[in-house]
Design a binder for this molecule. Structure first.
Ligand code: SF4
Length: 325
């Protein structure tokens, strides 16, 4: 079958409620340069059909930075790595409220409290709960959390406090995971993501591309995450930080990033597909193209240890595409 016929057939299948197979996804992600625009347009059509024109704009706070016990090879915050970052303990409740307020005033629709640790101590968990409550009472913005491994009691507590979404990424496919982390397993991650969902929290569960995985493993990540039916899938593009084992990794080419976003949209037609860390660095002047290739979410005001666009810049970009915030 010709490439464009394949793209057309896969798009029609998705629009009529069918799922794409691994073999078709693999053929799509290997689309030639000649048919690339056709693939991106098809993914854009699927995005529009299932998600409309609103772009999910989220702002993060790195609420506790560095010295994490885990050895994730991509992460500047691992105590095992030597990346130069600002390290600090958990921010005060007042500071977190102020950051949430600033995020709301900048135009972000949601605010995610992210902490670099395997899991919080009891005191740390209580502190984050106090911050969630204060933000909900005083600021009025959707609050999301990314606090590492969860148990049922904590998931229930977060849900009761009104946390909207829990972020716990798979990071990579199951088959690649032991290459990037040995202090916990892919299944540990999968189980926490599943537990968040089972306790009524929306799930944000994505990963990173460009860590040395094969194209098949990149697709495996999307299919494996899709089993959890996440409300949101963030696609991070590796920022190969000096002082981490992945420093020096070749960057993913822009066309391959766009291909990946497009095919992930075929695999997860209904979720918020968010272009996350590495967007500004790797996509440069093609950032808006990502929002016309299947993506419908961004993180604004920078990332955990890397700066990014301001919300003002991002919102202007979204409006210039006739999309809404
Ligand atoms: S568990 Fe999270 S914060 Fe810790 S090293 Fe891994 S990715 Fe970084």
């Amino acid at each position: 079958m010709l490439e464009r016929e394949l793209i057309q057939r896969c798009m029609s299948d998705i629009l009529s409620g069918k799922r794409i197979s691994m073999s078709d996804a693999l053929r799509l992600i290997n689309t030639s340069k000649d048919s690339l625009e056709y693939l991106l347009d098809a993914a854009n059509t699927i995005r529009r059909e299932f998600n409309g024109d609103r772009v999910d704009v989220e702002s993060l706070v790195n609420a506790k930075s560095g010295n994490c016990s885990e050895n994730c090879a991509f992460c500047a915050q691992s105590a095992w790595n030597k990346a130069r970052i600002s390290k600090y303990p958990l921010l005060s409740v007042e500071e977190l409220v102020a950051r949430a307020d600033a995020a709301k005033r900048s135009g972000a629709r949601s605010f995610c409290i992210v902490c670099a640790w395997r899991e919080p101590s009891s005191d740390e968990f209580e502190h984050v709960c106090s911050a969630v409550k204060a933000i909900r009472d005083k600021v009025g913005i959707d609050v999301n959390c990314s606090l590492g491994f969860l148990n049922a009691r904590r998931a229930e507590r977060l849900k009761a406090l009104g946390v909207k979404r829990y972020n716990h990424n798979l990071e990579s496919s199951k088959s690649f995971f032991s290459r990037i982390c040995t202090t916990h397993t892919w299944l540990d991650r999968f189980n926490t993501a599943k537990l968040a969902k089972e306790h009524g929290l929306e799930l944000c569960c994505g990963g990173i591309i460009g860590m040395g995985e094969s194209v098949e493993q990149r697709l495996e990540l999307a299919f494996e995450a899709s089993m959890l039916e996440p409300e949101e899938f963030p696609i991070n593009i590796l920022v190969a930080r000096e002082g981490t084992p992945l420093q020096g990794m070749n960057p993913v080419q822009v066309d391959d990033i766009l291909r990946t976003i497009a095919v992930f949209r075929f695999i997860m037609p209904r979720c918020i597909l968010k272009v996350a860390g590495g967007r500004e660095m790797h996509l440069a002047d093609k950032q808006s193209k990502a929002l016309l290739s299947g993506a419908n979410g961004i993180i604004t005001n920078g990332y955990l240890t890397v700066n990014g666009n301001t919300a003002e810049q991002d919102i202007a970009m979204i409006r210039s595409l006739n999309l809404q915030v």
